[in-house]
Design a protein around this ligand. Sequence first.
Ligand code: FES
Length: 168
Amino acid sequence: MEDYPVEENVPRRRFLELLLGATSALILGLIGIPLTGYAVSPALKGEKAEWVKVGPIKDLRPGEPVKLNFSYKKVDGWVEETANAYIWALNRDGKNYIAYDSHCTHLGCAYRWNKEQNHFLCPCHDGIFDVDGKVLGGPPPRPLDRYETKVENGELFIGRLLRGGKSA
Ligand code: FES
């Protein structure tokens, strides 16, 4: 049996430990920095509202909600795609416009405007809202959600979704 002096193995062991530590740090750096950037980058973009054009206001008659279909750029982390959606737009008085989110505030079903009854009707559980989005009947716990709106060059734009008057 060979007999190595213990003192001679210590520098080699120490060197291997340092090499292993440096290699681990290098690998963690190579993988960790891009992963951290991937995870954090969308958050750093903040809550900047992007205005989305939903349609011309010339077709909106005062007091009569209209379903407006539109497309928008959907960003989810690094993934960007074009998505389709719709709102119920209301020309209040020729100057003020309301954009209702298309989901019922009970369990998110699609609702529609019932022109004959002059109210919005959600078929899932018979939720009813008036033209201003207030609950008239059924289980919905709050009025219809709205988007921020603005009009530019005859086009209606929507911004952030407001739930109960607050940012969603
Ligand atoms: S989802 Fe609309 S009333 Fe229930």
